[in-house]
Design a protein around this ligand. Structure first.
Ligand code: IPD
Length: 277
C-alpha cells in the first residue's frame, strides 16, 4: 500500500533541496577524492558491461547512512541496493555514480544524483521528484531544483537560473541520447538513432543520463531522448528540466519511464517523439 502524499510547503521543499545538494556534494567528493588508482569492476548486473565499481557501492552506502541519520522516516531507492520503505511518504531516489563506465575509464563526465520523491516509486508514472540535485564533482557543478521554484546551476562563479534552449527547428537541434547495456536493445536503439541522425544538427552520447538531462535544462543540449532509463537515472534530472521550462514525456506522450524519455522544449519534444516513439 502506498503512503498518502505528504503536504509539503515551500520550507519543506527547501529543506529537501538543501539535503539533496549536501548529500550529492559529499558523495561526489568521495568518488573523486577516494578513486583508487587501479579501479576495477567489482560486479556486473544486467550484462557483462553493466558494471559496479567499489566506489558506486561506497557512494551509495554514504548516501544511505546520511539519509538514515537526517531523514529516518523516509524510504530509499538506490541503484546498488535494496529499496527500503519509509513512513513519511517521501522516497529518496539516488544514483551513487551516474556514468559509471565513464568513471571506470576516468572520463570526467559522471555525477551523483539525489532526489526526494512522492508517490509509488515502484510503479512507472506513479511518482515524481519534488526536490533534487545532480552534482558533477569534477567540474564542481551543482544542478538543483525544487518543485515550483525554478532550476539552478551553482558553480564556482555563482548561481545561475536555468532555462531550456530556444532552438525551435529540429535541423538546428543538438540532440543527446544514450544506449542500454543489453546487446539486443542496443541493436534496436541503433536503428532508431539512424532515423534521427539525418534530421538533427548533430548527436552527443556523453554517458550520463542525469547530466544529459541537466544539459537540456542548461541549454547545452537542445533535446534528449533515451529508452531503458531507471528511476535513479531520471528522478532529479527530470525535475530540473521541468523547472527550467522544459517538457519531459514518455511513450505516447505519457509519463517518462523505462520505455521512453524525451526531454526539451515542447517544440522539439514533439518532432523527436514522432521519430522515436
Ligand atoms: C547509465 C548512464 C548512461 C545511460 C544508461 C544508464 P549508469 O547509468 O546514465 O548515460 O545511457 O542508460 O544506465 O549505469 O552509469 O548509472
Amino acid at each position: 500500500m502506498t503512503t498518502p502524499e505528504p503536504t509539503l510547503g515551500p520550507a519543506d521543499l527547501g529543506t529537501l533541496e538543501t539535503i539533496a545538494c549536501e548529500l550529492a556534494r559529499e558523495a561526489g567528493r568521495l568518488v573523486v577524492d577516494e578513486r583508487p588508482a587501479g579501479l576495477g569492476v567489482s560486479a556486473t548486473k544486467s550484462s557483462r558491461t553493466d558494471i559496479v565499481t567499489i566506489m558506486d557501492t561506497r557512494s551509495e552506502q554514504l548516501l544511505r547512512e546520511r539519509l538514515a541519520e537526517r531523514r529516518p522516516d523516509d524510504g530509499v531507492l538506490g541503484e546498488e541496493g535494496d529499496s527500503t520503505a519509509g513512513t513519511s511518504g517521501i522516497t529518496w531516489v539516488v544514483d551513487p555514480i551516474d556514468g559509471t563506465v565513464n568513471y571506470l575509464y576516468d572520463i570526467p563526465q559522471y555525477a551523483v544524483s539525489v532526489a526526494a520523491c512522492v508517490g509509488d516509486t515502484t510503479r512507472p508514472g506513479a511518482w515524481r521528484a519534488v526536490a533534487g540535485a545532480v552534482y558533477h564533482p569534477v567540474l564542481d557543478e551543482m544542478f538543483h531544483a525544487r518543485e515550483g521554484a525554478g532550476a539552478f546551476l551553482r558553480t564556482t562563479t555563482g548561481v545561475h537560473a536555468l532555462s531550456v534552449s530556444s532552438v525551435s527547428r529540429l535541423d538546428e537541434a543538438l540532440l543527446g541520447t544514450g544506449f542500454g547495456y543489453d546487446a539486443q536493445k542496443r541493436a534496436r536503439q541503433g536503428a532508431v538513432v539512424a532515423r534521427v541522425l539525418p534530421e538533427v544538427r548533430d548527436i552527443r552520447r556523453a554517458g550520463s543520463a542525469a547530466l544529459d538531462l541537466c544539459a537540456v535544462a542548461a541549454a547545452r543540449l537542445d533535446v534528449y531522448y533515451e529508452s531503458g532509463l531507471n528511476p535513479w537515472d531520471l528522478a532529479a534530472g527530470e525535475l530540473i528540466v521541468r523547472e527550467a521550462g522544459g517538457e519531459v514525456v514518455g511513450r505516447g506522450g505519457g509519463p517518462a519511464s523505462a520505455d521512453l524519455v524525451v526531454a526539451g522544449p515542447a517544440v522539439l519534444v514533439a518532432p523527436i517523439r514522432a521519430l522515436v516513439d
